[in-house]
Structures are given as structure tokens and as C-alpha cells.
Design a protein around this ligand. Structure first.
Ligand code: SF4
Length: 340
């Protein structure tokens, strides 16, 4: 929506494939961050058929850097399901869309409303904020969602429900912002209860967050004499599933760096970098200490791993955490060894 290209032609019904792909990308990610990925993704997979026929590595690689990688796996599975079960056409109802992999209540509502002009409620974080302020909803999230959905459905106009859905999301994103909402510009300033009470920023009500403990681990950047870097693929399920990474230890709150040599992929001389790489996942912060090493030209990769030429690293689906690790490790290996 908003700045994404499928909205550029006024009055034209947008392509459901593009609406769906952009809505999946926009989950937990801002329009500004999504835009370049969306454009590259559409250039590479211009149709649902092209996406369904792609190799999963290609899809993960096009997604690398956007985070929340289960979305990419679901996107691919959903494209296949549309090709195999619906002859390449997206179902045009909320129920039909919800039956597809990776499509939850929000995405089904958004695609049904925007692409098919169905009277559906698309409740994202922006809409939750607007509704909870408009009606001063005291119930905390996520428990308040059914009530918020009810309120949206009650306001939904018969004419142009798709435009209403997008206008509501845009109102939340641009006017009814988390901090300093521009109430003076808001079409709902008169009926808004939170504005009348001056309590806008206290909504939506949320349960206090439980912060996860920091996890620690070691990451091994190994470069062979021909310049190739040792990589492996993470298991398909779970955090960063199916993405590429340098070998690492387990990530644990009680990880002992002194035992890192036992986690190394090959018994070599490893040099530890002084500054760890930090990354924040949704549920926990992570601190990886980078260890770098050189392997002889004849070194074979351990089972389940591979050497990738440096020039081909951009073709690997490396999440931003691993890009940071590699950047730190390769920079250290380029520096001449310090004098004793
Ligand atoms: S009046 Fe203010 S708080 Fe209420 S919906 Fe509009 S922007 Fe949000």
C-alpha cells in the first residue's frame, strides 16, 4: 500500500499476487525498508507462477536481510498452493485466502479488501492503535483484537471497502502515530475518545514485555587459501530457517567462550576478534564472538558444509546477522598480523 508500486495506478484493481506479497513483506517491517526488496522481488518473480517454480534457495536469497524468514518459506509454499490447488488464481474471499499457507487473519482481510474489494477487516498494528484510541479501549492487546475487529467491521462502508481498509492503515501510519499523533489533521478528531481525554499516547494498552536473556556464542569465519569461505545451511525449521551461515556454536545464555575451540568446524589456529557482533532478535539479544582462521587450499569442508567463493557470497541467503559476522571476520583476515 502507500508507496508501493501496485498503488500507483488510480482506480485500477491491483494484482492480488502483488498485494499479497507486499502485505507479507510489510509484516513487522516498514514500507521504507520493504520498498527496495519488493521491487527486486517483483523483478525476479513477476508472477505467482514464477515464484512457485523458483528454487527455495533463490527465494531465500531474494529475501535475505528482510528478517523473519519463516515469511519467505510460507510465501513460497503459498505460491505453490495457489498454482497447484487454485490454477494460479488467488481465492477472492477471506475464508479461501486463510486456508493458504502463511495467510493469517490480517493478510486474508487485507488481500480480500484491497485486491477484491470485499468488506473485510484488515487489522494491523496501525489499525489497532487508531481503533483503541478512537474508542478508548481499555482491554490489553492481544486480547483486545476481537473487539477491535468488531469495531472495524461496524465502521466498514458498503462502498469501496478496499479503499477504507487502506485509508485506515494509512491514517495509523501517518497521522495517528505512536508518538505525537497529528489529531488536528484527523478526520475522526471529533468522535475520538482518547483525544477528548488527552490520553492518546497511552493507547493501545499493552501487557508489559518480557525481555529474553542475552544469548552468547562463537561464530567461525574460515577462509581457504583460494579465498573461499566455509558456510552451511541452517535447518529448514526454526529461527533463520533455511538461511546460510558460517558455522557457529550453540547460542546460550550460559555459553562459555573458553570452550569455543571444541565447537570449531576444523582443528586449526583460531584468532578471536576483540569486538563481538551484536544482534537483537524479537525474543532475545545475541552476542557472537567471531573467531577467524585460514585453511590450506586442499582443505575439504566438513560434512554438511561447503566452501563458497568470496565473489559468490552475494548469491548466498545470508541474514543480516551473518553479513555482520562475515564483514567483521573478513576485515580482520585482510589486516596484516600485528607485530609481536
Ligand atoms: S484524533 Fe488523534 S488519537 Fe484519535 S484517531 Fe485521530 S489521530 Fe488518533
Amino acid at each position: 500500500r502507500r508507496a508501493l508500486p501496485w498503488r500507483s495506478v488510480a482506480g485500477e484493481r491491483p494484482d492480488p499476487y502483488r498485494v499479497w506479497a507486499s502485505e507479507i513483506m510489510l509484516q513487522q517491517t516498514t514500507v521504507t525498508a520493504v520498498k527496495p526488496y519488493y521491487e527486486r522481488f517483483m523483478a525476479r518473480f513477476p508472477t505467482v507462477k514464477a515464484l512457485a517454480e523458483a528454487q527455495s534457495e533463490e527465494v531465500m536469497q531474494a529475501w535475505a536481510g528482510l528478517g523473519y524468514y519463516s515469511r519467505a518459506r510460507n510465501l513460497h509454499a503459498c505460491a505453490k498452493a495457489v498454482m497447484e490447488g487454485h490454477r494460479g488464481r488467488f481465492p477472492d474471499t477471506e475464508e479461501g485466502l486463510r486456508a493458504l499457507p502463511g495467510i493469517g487473519a490480517y493478510t486474508a482481510g487485507a488481500v480480500a479488501a484491497i485486491a477484491f474489494d470485499r468488506p473485510a477487516a484488515a487489522v494491523d498494528g496501525n489499525v489497532e492503535r487508531v481503533m483503541s484510541r478512537l474508542f478508548a479501549i481499555e482491554q490489553v492487546l492481544p486480547g483486545a483484537r476481537p473487539l477491535i475487529r468488531e469495531k472495524v467491521l461496524a465502521l466498514l462502508p458498503r462502498a469501496r471497502p478496499g479503499d477504507f481498509a487502506q485509508a485506515l492503515m494509512d491514517l495509523g501510519a501517518t497521522i495517528c502515530t505512536p508518538r505525537n499523533p497529528a489529531c488536528g489533521l484527523c478526520p475522526w478528531r471529533e468522535p475520538c475518545r482518547a483525544r477528548a481525554e488527552g490520553t492518546q499516547e497511552t493507547f493501545p494498552r499493552k501487557a508489559p514485555k518480557k525481555a529474553g536473556a542475552t544469548r552468547y556464542g562463537a561464530a567461525f569465519v574460515l577462509v581457504r587459501a583460494d579465498g573461499a569461505v566455509l558456510l552451511r545451511t541452517r535447518p529448514a525449521k526454526g529461527l533463520l530457517g533455511g538461511m546460510a551461515e558460517v558455522p557457529t556454536s550453540d547460542w546460550r545464555a550460559d555459553y562459555e567462550l573458553d570452550g569455543a575451540a571444541q565447537d570449531a568446524p576444523l582443528p586449526l589456529r583460531w584468532q578471536r576478534l576483540p569486538m563481538p557482533v551484536r544482534h537483537v532478535f524479537t525474543h532475545f539479544p545475541l552476542e557472537l564472538t567471531v573467531l577467524v582462521g585460514h585453511a590450506p587450499a586442499a582443505a575439504e569442508p566438513p560434512w554438511g558444509m561447503r566452501f563458497t567463493a568470496k565473489a559468490r557470497l552475494t548469491e548466498e541467503p545470508l541474514p543480516s546477522l551473518m553479513q555482520k559476522v562475515l564483514e567483521a571476520g573478513l576485515a580482520a583476515l585482510r589486516r596484516p598480523p600485528s607485530a609481536p
